[in-house]
Design a protein around this ligand. Structure first.
Ligand code: ADP
Ligand code: MG
Length: 270
């Protein structure tokens, strides 16, 4: 991707942190509804950033901006600047399909293709012009997603025959096969039982060495357990989502900068 680099401030990144995605003055509208107002934060490379806040405060909306998924919602309009490796992803010369190749997405409800476990991984890679050995690709991605040992003897069985937690790991493996460097996850554990949830959290910690993860979660404990940075959103006037605080996770949960954060994490928020 080409870049038109512009110096921007980095309000929440430490000086020695590599920023992979930088969001500045993001505003999102659905028709006339101003859903997200003036959001700015940085996503540090090889870290997990958690987006938390009450329902409807724009977490999914912000997440979808990072790989231009809002393009697929006709009434959505995005203003502001999102840089991925210093390239403005909303610039007219950037292909959104190309953005999604670098910034993958995992959804709330596991959604494997109605195909074999093997094809769930090979198919998308094939469409994206993967060159090389598919057996190796399938094994590597399943290993990375901590699923290989459970499925290696049944790669031709349907992905839909797996348990919910296994299906979600299959979806993560499928995303890895596209070779992204950022992975967006929108409440990836909300349809899973506690054991499967912990497995996904362990997996995220493992993946963080090689990838950058942004996760939306309504579960504060999950954000506290898994993330390095937490971004707290709240509802402002006219139900507009606003960013209250972006801090190191430990700090946000022990010594938040903003009273609204304090109220939310201590359960005083109604
Ligand atoms: N496709 C859409 N059309 C209209 N309004 C939407 C659409 N998607 C989300 N919204 C609204 O935008 C606001 C933020 O939604 P969302 O990003 O889904 O919040 P969250 O993920 O924090 O629960 C909500 O008021 C929601 O109703
Ligand atoms: Mg959401």
């Amino acid at each position: 991707m080409n870049s038109a680099i512009e110096q921007v401030g980095t309000p929440n990144a430490a000086a020695d942190v590599d920023v992979i995605v930088s969001i500045r003055d993001l505003n999102v509208f659905y028709g006339k509804f101003h859903a997200v107002g003036n959001v700015s934060f940085d996503v540090p490379k090889n870290q997990i950033t958690a987006l938390i806040g009450p329902s409807g405060c724009g977490k999914s909306t912000v997440l979808r901006c990072i790989n231009r998924m809002n393009d697929l919602i006709p009434e959505a309009r995005v203003e502001g600047r999102i840089e991925y490796h210093e390239t403005d992803i909303n610039s007219s010369n950037v292909d959104p399909v190309e953005v999604r190749r670098h910034v993958g997405m995992v959804f709330q409800k596991p959604n494997p293709f109605p195909k074999s476990i093997y094809e769930n991984i090979s198919w998308g890679a094939q469409i994206n012009g993967h060159k090389g050995n598919y057996d190796e690709l399938v094994e590597r991605c399943l290993r990375q997603a901590a699923l290989w040992d459970e499925v290696k003897d049944k790669l031709q069985e349907s992905g839909l025959a797996l348990s919910g937690g296994q299906q979600q790991r299959l979806c993560i493996a499928r995303t890895l096969a596209i070779n992204p460097d950022v992975i967006l996850m929108d409440e990836p554990c909300s349809a899973l039982d506690p054991i499967s949830t912990l497995r996904i959290e362990d997996l995220m910690r493992e993946l963080e060495r090689q990838y950058t993860i942004v996760i939306v979660t309504h579960n504060m404990q999950q954000a506290a357990r898994v993330s390095d940075q937490t971004v707290f959103f709240s509802l402002g006037e006219n139900r507009m989502g606003v960013l209250v605080e972006a801090s190191q996770t430990r700090q946000l949960f022990t010594n938040p900068n903003d009273q609204r954060t304090e109220d939310y994490i201590t359960g005083r928020f109604g």
